[in-house]
Design a protein around this ligand. Sequence first.
Ligand SMILES: Cc1cc2nc3c(=O)[nH]c(=O)nc-3n(C[C@H](O)[C@H](O)[C@H](O)COP(=O)(O)OP(=O)(O)OC[C@H]3O[C@@H](n4cnc5c(N)ncnc54)[C@H](O)[C@@H]3O)c2cc1C
Length: 432
Amino acid sequence: MQVEAGIEKKLVFGDPKAPRFVWWQNKLRPTPSGPDALTFDLLSIGGKLRAAFGAVGLKPKAPGNEETVEQFVRRNLGDEVFERLIEPFCSGVYAGSPNKLSMKAAFGKIQGLEQAGGSLVGGAISMMRNKPKGPKPERDPRLPEKPKGQTVGSFTGGLQALPDGMAKRLSKYIRKQWVLRELRRDSEGVLELHYDTPKGARRLRTRSMSLTIPAHAAADLLRSASPETCEALRSIDYPPVAAVAVSYPLSAIREDRKDAAGKLPGFGQLHPRSQGITTLGTIYSSSLFPGRCPEGQQLLLNYFGGTTNRKVQDMSPEDVVAQVDKDLKQMLLKADAPAPHVVGYRLWPKAIPQFNVGHLELVQGAQDDLKSAGFPEVFLGGNYMAGVALGKCVEYGYTEAARLSDFLSQSAIGNTNSPEKAQDEAFYGSVV
Ligand SMILES: Cc1cc2nc3c(=O)[nH]c(=O)nc-3n(C[C@H](O)[C@H](O)[C@H](O)COP(=O)(O)OP(=O)(O)OC[C@H]3O[C@@H](n4cnc5c(N)ncnc54)[C@H](O)[C@@H]3O)c2cc1C
């Protein structure tokens, strides 16, 4: 995908060994990363034993109903793993509440392990055994070398490089700043899309579409097409989250937190809701990726709000920054650290869709209702269908493209002798 967008040379990777921390009982404690699984001090010995026994199958059986993340993890791995690792992880990924998030919908791969092998370890073994044999799919040789192990990636200059690269590469097909206002059928039964564009109103007739706008925006557009789909999509919760990027001089970092280069070592940290810290989590952006801030400074990206703190949307940016600064002073910075330099503040009033219990059935029902209402050519997409991680959204894009292509090849495309023209018309419609 990076190669297709022409931005592979801009890829940057985080260090896979960069430690992640959890703030627990007034101390930042590294999360286990393999060899230190026995020695790390985030869990007590009792907590580690409970997790180990549970992982191999000594735990209560799975109930018949769909479990929340909290129910699944407490049952499989015990209370400590839930309270000290998974609860803050849910804040980090979903800004959500683990007593509402569905294990199946939010972390389906892990939930599937227990189903497949009776326990998490049993499932992992059976997954490895059933792994398709044969050579691994080849990595595109044009991609830059990736460090060994699981890591995160971005681009020099940030993630904006991705949409910019794609818009450049696909400039013939992409229309920027076209806002979809209405979707309806015309008198010939063709799907009509009405847009506000920088050049005025435009109408596009199309044989199919993938609607990848957020669920609440899709709900408004589909109100008259399918009231049931509208209602289902509107019910998906999107809590507010503020992204607060601040920098401090390296001299402001507490001596016991610094590495040899004087920076914060690692990826970042998460804060369980029970530990008296309001900020959800902090990414050590300038430790993770090169070129993120001037020499002698440390850039920190903080997340604030979520399902447990919706009042962020009524707070002023100054108040949010002040609270973030107070939290950082409690955990990372010297008491006399200067006021932060605010590099960026962005409030996302509807940030991340919550994959709560019932989510998978809800979105499948929304798609089915749309079909029953006579709109089989409208496909719902975006993160509430794909999964919230950016990588999931990209993978889903490829699957969705294949699904649309199948749909079009099965439906009557028109009386043309040129398959190329037929494909083009089918995909891009005609602007009127
Ligand atoms: C604060 C925050 C931090 C995150 N951090 C990470 C992270 O570190 N790693 C990770 O993997 N994921 C992260 N995510 C999640 C990830 O970024 C999103 O899930 C993903 O980008 C969603 O992609 P999308 O295309 O579904 O939706 P969006 O990126 O929201 O795109 C939807 C688009 O639809 C447009 N739109 C809306 N209505 C209309 C209309 N009527 N007509 C035309 N266009 C319309 C919007 O303008 C928008 O551009 C984060 C999310 C947030 C909010």
